[in-house]
Structures are given as C-alpha cells and as structure tokens.
Design a protein around this ligand. Sequence first.
Ligand code: NAP
Length: 247
Amino acid sequence: MVELTDKVAIVTGGSRGIGSAISSELARNGVKVVVNYQSNSESAEKVVHAIKESGGQAIAVKADVSKSDDVLNLINETINQFGKIDILVNNAGITKDRTFRKLSQDDWNQVINVNLNSVYNTISSALPHLMESEAGRIINISSIIGQTGGFGQTNYSAAKAGLIGYTKSLALELARKRVTVNAVCPGFIETEMVQEMPDKVREQIIASVPVQRLGQAIEVARSVLFLCKDGEYITGQQLNINGGLYM
Ligand code: NAP
C-alpha cells in the first residue's frame, strides 16, 4: 500500500462533478491537490476552500487542457507550489452530442481536443516529474461510451475509446519506470453532464442499469483513490464503475 500523505496530484477539471469528488477524496487522504478548471473559478475556489477547511492542502489553477501553453503553466504552477507531481488524473471532458450527419467539424474538433488531445499536453509536460516519483500514477477518466459507443456520440466515443488504447500503450512504456497508467470508465454518473439530458432519456438509462440507479461521483473518486493507494501491481487496465451496465 502506498502512503499518500504529502503526495501531489493534479486533477484536470477538478472543480465540478466527478473531478471535484476526486480532488476532495484525494485531499481527505493527505494528498496535496491542484484543482484545475477552465472557466468557472467560483466552483474551483469552492472545492479548494472545502479542502482547506478540512485541514487539507489545495490550490486552484486555471488552464484549458486542450492548449499546450496553458498546460505548461499548470505544470509549472504545481512545481512552484508543491515541488513535485506524483499523481495525474486526466478528468477534464466535454460532450457535444449530435448524430453524425448533424455534427460540425467544430463539434468534432472540440471534443477530440478537450477529451483526447489534452492528454498529450498533460502527460508530455508532467512525465519527467511523474518518473521521479516513487509511485507515479496516471489515471485517465474514459467512459462506458468508449467501450460500447453511444447514439449521437461519435466524437465523444472516439475520444474515450482513444484514451483506452492510449492507456494500454503508455502503461507498457512506463511499467519499468514505476509509473502505472490506468483508465477508469464510469457508466452514467449523476453530474451536470448527465443532468443536462432530457428526463425521458435519463429514465431510460436508469431502467437499463442492472443496479437500477445512476452512479455517484464519490463512487468514481473512490476507485481513483484505490488505484493511487493499492494499485502498485495494476497497470494498463480499464476499471469499470457502471452498475453492471457493461461487463
Ligand atoms: P462536468 O460536471 O461537466 O465537469 C467538467 C469539468 O471539466 C469541469 O471542472 C470543467 O471546468 C472542466 N473542463 C471542461 N473543459 C475543460 C478544459 N478545456 N480544460 C480544463 N478543464 C475543463 O463533467 P463530469 O460529468 O464530472 O465528467 C468528468 C469526466 O468524466 C469527463 O471526462 C467525462 O467525459 C467523464 N465521464 C462522465 C460521466 C458522467 O456520467 N458524468 C460518465 C462517464 C465519463 P469549468 O467548469 O471551469 O469549465
């Protein structure tokens, strides 16, 4: 088991939804957390404030993960404040759902840039630091949609499936460097991303989930904590947090 006290984590998109739960759960276990966000500074500061109130350490850093200069600044800020990086959680993500015939080039590019191209930016800048860690961890938040496909989600499923392939290849390359690389694949989790769906679609989803409910962000956060703490011999895997929806 890895002792997490004083480890340093970057959580991209750590200000809302699943990312906010991951930030809080890691901080609760002694990790110093960099809460990244793109535009909503109020949400990010709220997460940081709550962590500090509970005796943890955290900072908020604004950066658009699809922009390499922003990401370089995110990494530099982390090093300036906390001196190292042990854990990188690539969580930031967006959807632009449309059937392919209605999908614009811009809808395609934005989703691929934020969900997939961003991990080139984060990992290429953070990797030298992660390789200095005794127990480096890269956790890519993919999705059940990258495994099953989703109606109106060609852009999103391509990005999330891409993350799974990327996870396996990078895991092979970094296995000897004591850096594990895993994907966490949530099913349908109760965050703003899912709350935006029409009620009828949500009801259909719930009915189709074997455990008959949506997942909670904390349930995904606990799987990330598990990989950080107990995941020394787990690499290149997809950890499914989906209530049995895809097996
Ligand atoms: P969410 O509630 O919409 O939160 C998205 C987070 O990502 C926010 O903190 C947002 O920051 C940040 N973000 C968006 N674009 C960014 C960018 N370009 N650069 C940096 N940060 C950016 O989303 P969520 O539902 O928690 O989803 C989190 C991750 O889990 C995503 O990768 C998503 O694809 C994946 N996932 C979600 C579900 C689900 O059911 N919710 C299921 C499977 C997978 P701002 O507020 O500042 O924009």
